[in-house]
Design a protein around this ligand. Structure first.
Ligand SMILES: *Cc1c(COP(=O)(O)O)cnc(C)c1O
Length: 386
């Protein structure tokens, strides 16, 4: 997307009607909307997916954020939701019924796998996990009752990619819906809809908000699919985005391109530093030439965000604990996408002495924030040398 178009979307689109010339859009912090006449009231209730009647359905602040994201994404419509988890559950629930089967990429986000493993079996919905790096394996897992292929490219701990256009084309031939979690790449670095995927979702709690101060989700696709999600799941489960949260998300969107550029530049430097460090076994970042799917990454993404993982050359739990505790600038936390650098060790999912899979014990995930990259490298160097 060229810069003029991007600036237009982020700063002007949907903001034409602006009383008082306020540069920042108003927050419509209201639950209900009133109508001047019976006829207007009736017209609104006859077109519930478009009208602001009650904030569980629509709200102008929410709709402004939706309009901008849809435009960035190249989608007909977006629906903002109260969390990324609700984007996952709505996107799945909208297109399946009892007896259906889902093909899902291995190592997907934990609440997506929880949905498949713990929630959907209650309704007789089955699934198969597939190594998404091999498109043929995804095709081979398709059954007559497969209704949905669930993707996440890259996966957010192991950073494996799927060939989105190839998978989408195969699914389309068979009338199967495709949905992908694109939180890592954001709508700036990848547009799965343009690659043929039916629905794309993001956790807005990450880069879209960008300040680790909101929880939000968004799902985008055709008007038909998003309207269906709105009527069926969104209105029913009430996963309402709060107007103030939506406004914070809008504020975050305005600086997304600047933040991402900084995350990307810093991440390349730090990933390169780690890759050369004698205590590091390997670094997994799609935008590094060492990534096994780097060519595909260059095809799918016009840039990279600030999240990647690496492995330490150790099989001792205590080494991991020591390294993590030594870090000063990297805060120990889940999530990512804010201005601050974070560290998450997969070992934290286990106790020392547990039977930890060898490829998981030394797996460490970093989020590179907006701090000075030299300072972050110094912090890592000090902790690694202990
Ligand atoms: C955080 C995250 C989610 C869930 O989003 P929430 O806003 O926390 O509900 C989904 N997918 C990925 C890849 C995430 O990192």
């Amino acid at each position: 997307m060229n810069n003029d178009r991007l600036s237009y979307i982020l700063n002007q689109l949907g903001e034409e009607d602006n009383p008082y010339g306020a540069v920042s859009p108003p927050i419509y912090q209201t639950s209900i909307f009133c109508f001047d006449s019976f006829a207007e009231f009736r017209a609104a209730t006859k077109n519930e997916v478009k009208s602001s009647i009650y904030t569980r359905g629509n709200n102008p602040t929410v709709m402004l954020a939706e309009q901008k994201i849809a435009s960035l994404e190249g989608a007909e419509r977006s629906k903002l939701l109260s969390s990324g988890a609700s984007a996952i559950s709505h996107g799945i629930m909208a297109f399946i019924k009892s007896g259906d089967h889902i093909v899902c990429v291995k190592d997907c986000y934990s609440w997506a796998s929880n949905m498949l493993e713990k929630y959907l079996p209650r309704f007789g919905v089955t699934h198969t996990y597939v190594d998404g790096t091999d498109t043929q394996k995804i095709i081979d897992a398709i059954r007559p009752e497969t209704k949905l292929i669930y993707l996440e490219s890259p996966t957010s701990l192991t950073f494996t990619l799927q060939d989105l256009p190839a998978i989408a084309a195969e699914a389309k031939k068979r009338g199967i819906k495709t949905i992908t979690d694109s939180t890592w790449a954001t709508p700036l670095y990848c547009n799965p809809i343009k690659l043929g995927v039916d629905l794309v979702l993001h956790s807005g709690s990450k880069y879209l908000g960008g300040s680790s101060d909101i929880v939000a989700g968004v799902i985008s696709g055709s008007t038909e699919d998003i309207n269906l999600i709105q009527r069926q799941e969104f209105m029913q489960f009430g996963t309402v985005p709060d107007p103030f949260m939506s406004w914070l998300l809008l504020r975050g969107l305005r600086t997304l391109h600047v933040r991402l550029k900084a995350h990307y530049e810093s991440t390349l430097k730090i990933a390169d530093f780690l890759e050369k460090h004698p205590t590091v076994e390997s670094v997994t970042y799609p935008m590094l030439p060492s990534h096994p799917q780097h060519d595909l990454a260059k095809k799918l993404f016009s840039g990279g965000s600030g999240l990647f993982s690496f492995r330490l050359k150790t099989n001792r739990y205590s080494d991991i604990v020591r390294f993590i505790d030594e870090l000063k600038l990297f805060r120990r936390a889940v999530s990512w996408g804010g201005y601050e650098s974070l560290v998450y060790a997969n070992a934290a999912a286990y106790y020392e002495g547990d039977d930890i899979p060898a490829d998981r014990l030394s797996l460490i995930r970093l989020h590179i924030g907006l701090e000075n990259s030299e300072d972050l490298i110094e912090d890592l160097e000090r902790a690694l040398s202990k």
